[in-house]
Design a protein around this ligand. Structure first.
Ligand code: WT7
Length: 662
């Protein structure tokens, strides 16, 4: 990639915060001034939102970059901060979790009940020989026990590593091995698409393949038959019989809290390590600031799975540290029907909803009439995370979910950053559809060219972080060298340049618009080089989605004899659009011209495919690597992380008959 990334699209719509929200906002514009004046003092103030058993001596130790220590010398217990202190403050009867099972069963867990369960689980883990510093794997469906298990580990200082329940034996075994975990917490199964889906057989095989696991704790969720080994213990026969009180000991601010593996696009998964004090400070503060959570009145719902960092930071640690009442849902958005999300919003009067662009685009494809059937008037803040949200998807979210009343916060962050970094503040920022806007108070982001020079407004390049932040990853588990290479060796001191500044390279492309607002443009590995221009996949995808016939699009660069790379687009039409025969051909031509008109002729796709589905990872990100294979007519690479493996057959078979070139 040469110096910069083309800035092709422009957006003129802007939405100021609702007056009432702005007047009562948790965080105002003053926060930017405070953080700008003294960043470390700002973070110290946010750390004081937590209860510390021992106060820190130093806010940040950055004497051995890029290995940061935050709140040096401080001690706290995370579970105490997320549970006990709310009970002690008299909020024991307050609902912590409204849990909704996929089949329609439900449970209510108050903060006192949560305290009892977490204490029992902590006692059980201790009985099983787990001590501070040991690793515990968690492989569970979206049930309250998932949060209980995480908090119980945190309570006794054990490091948890949650593995998404949809992952295979291989993925689980690799992670058990890398972490050398002692215990796995799992369930017989969970409900997915109306059926019990087994988890225990995967664990049995992974445990058999590895050496380190001593015990397996099994929650009974579905009641399906399970094979039983001598390492297995039922949760209801151990945890639910255990002593109901547990004295939480404080841990050092830099005590390891969890390892979460991210697979990225290539190579062995990276065990991203997060620690205690800085992580809780930033997840707690950002949840309070970005969602404007009012714990007395709001009902918050984050639709992520606890297997992803979003579930860690914005289901478990952020919301519970703030004493939130939240919804947790076990299943899929189309079970029993495509209105399920809106039915849940309506049932629990959800006021803050945090979801992903992939879901928003899916809902767009399913049609406006579905959300229209439900009462969504309780909603007051909407959030998005995981991918760039196309301006049209943003507008759809605003219109059909927010009913043009609610602000949208597009939040950029990563497993590695631990917490939200770039986002509007709902009571402060006038938002632009598709932009994550600006770094939060206390965060220093920038967009740079390949010489690490800040690009001017209107320019595009690489997203970087210039200063350490409290919830930053501390290393890659067991691999400091890879940590340095992956994130710190592209720019600045770690790159061997004469600079003394340590610069974190996020791997994303971004641009600053004329007002300095930030637009995320996707992974730099996906950037297309067309006739010497660096074009982001995101801009072309957003241009396609801005056409009224398109719900979703994925764009890749395929080798081309004349232009180096050429743009190939895979496009999902909206529900009612005619795509057969000539109508399909006409639509394809229209879409090519539409992109050319919107972004300029350089961005005109060489080829457009109309498809029914796109290959996505389990967390909903488009797997462009596979689409590149299809576009270049190669045999498919590794498809094991694919959400639905039949999708690629469908796309490849359609490819041979598609006639869309000029
Ligand atoms: C990557 C991180 C952050 C929790 C979930 C994903 C992309 C994330 C946005 C956003 C544009 C985004 C980036 C980032 N991403 N949020 N609001 N706008 N892109 O965590 O799996 O570690 O993925 O997701 O490419 O680097 P993750």
């Amino acid at each position: 990639m040469s110096e910069t990334l083309e800035n092709l699209s422009s957006e003129t719509r802007q939405f100021p915060p609702p007056a009432e929200l702005a007047a009562n906002a948790n965080v105002t514009a003053e926060a930017y001034e405070q953080a700008g004046a003294d960043r470390l003092a700002f973070w110290a103030t946010q750390a004081e939102r937590l209860v510390w058993a021992k106060k820190w001596d130093q806010v940040l130790d950055w004497s051995n970059p890029p290995f940061a220590k935050w709140f040096v010398g401080g001690e706290l217990n995370i579970a105490y901060n997320c549970v006990d202190r709310h009970v002690e403050a008299g909020n024991g009867d307050k609902v912590a979790i409204h849990w909704e099972g996929e089949p329609g069963d439900s449970r209510t867990v108050t903060y006192s009940e949560l305290l009892t369960s977490v204490s029992q689980a902590a006692n059980t883990l201790t009985d099983l020989g787990v001590v501070a510093g040991d690793r515990v794997m968690i492989y569970l469906p979206m049930i309250p026990e998932a949060a209980v298990a995480m908090l119980a580990c945190a309570r006794i200082g054990a490091t948890h590593s949650v593995v998404f329940g949809g992952f295979s034996v291989d993925a689980l075994a690799t992670r058990i091995q890398d972490a050398a975990a002692k215990v796995v917490i799992t369930a017989d199964g969970g409900y997915r698409r109306g059926k019990p889906s087994a988890l225990k057989p995967t664990v049995d095989e992974a445990v058999a393949r590895t050496e380190s696991i001593e015990h397996v704790l099994v929650v009974r969720r579905t009641g399906q038959d399970v094979a039983w080994t001598e390492k297995d213990k039922w949760w209801h026969e151990t945890v639910e019989q255990a002593g109901t009180t547990h004295d939480a000991q404080p841990f050092d601010a830099e005590h390891p809290l969890f390892i979460l593996y991210t697979s990225g696009t290539t190579g062995k998964p990276k065990g991203i390590l997060h620690t205690t004090g800085g992580y809780l400070t930033q997840t707690s503060y950002t949840h309070h600031a970005v969602f404007d959570l009012k714990p007395e009145t709001d009902v918050y719902w984050c639709t992520a799975d606890i297997g992803w960092v979003t579930g860690h930071s914005y289901i478990v640690y952020g919301p519970l540290s703030n004493g939130a009442t939240q919804v947790m849902y076990e299943g899929t958005p189309d079970t029993p029907d495509r209105g399920r999300f809106w039915q849940i919003v309506d049932k629990y009067k959800v006021s803050i909803l945090y979801t992903a662009p992939t879901l928003i685009r899916t809902m767009m494809k399913w049609g406006d009439d579905i959300p229209a059937k439900y009462d969504l008037s309780s909603l007051r803040v909407l959030g998005s995370v995981g991918e760039p949200i196309n301006p049209e998807a943003w507008m759809w979210y605003r219109e059909h979910v927010g009913r043009e009343r609610t602000p949208i916060v597009d939040t950029w962050w990563q497993t590695e950053t631990g917490a939200i970094m770039i986002s509007p503040l709902p009571g402060v920022t006038a938002t632009k559809p598709g932009s994550a806007m600006t770094a939060l108070p206390g965060i220093s982001s920038d967009v740079v060219d390949d010489q690490a020079q800040s690009v001017p407004d209107g320019g595009g390049g690489f997203l970087v972080l210039r200063e350490p932040w409290p919830s930053m990853l501390r290393t890659i588990w067991g691999d400091d060298k890879r940590f340095l290479e992956t994130y710190w060796s592209r720019f600045g001191a770690g790159s061997g340049s004469s600079s003394t500044e340590w610069i974190y390279f996020a791997g994303d492309g971004a641009k600053k618009d004329e007002d300095g607002a930030l637009w995320l443009l996707g992974r730099v590995d996906d950037v297309m080089l067309v006739s010497g221009h660096n074009i982001s996949t995101t801009e072309v995808e957003s241009a396609l989605v801005s056409h009224p016939s398109v719900a979703e699009a994925a764009v890749v660069g395929a080798t081309d004899p004349t232009t180096g790379q050429a743009i190939v687009a895979f496009t999902i039409p909206r529900g009612n659009v005619e795509t057969e025969g000539e109508a399909g051909e006409a639509l394809i031509q229209e879409l090519r011209n539409h992109v050319s008109k919107t972004l300029g002729p350089i961005a005109k796709p060489r080829q457009i495919m109309l498809v029914a589905e796109l290959p996505k990872t389990r967390s909903g990100k488009i797997m462009r690597r596979l689409l590149r294979d299809v576009a270049e007519k190669r045999s498919l690479g590794d498809v094991t992380t694919l959400q639905d493996s039949t999708v690629m057959d469908l796309i490849s078979s359609g490819m041979n008959t598609a006639k869309s070139e000029d």
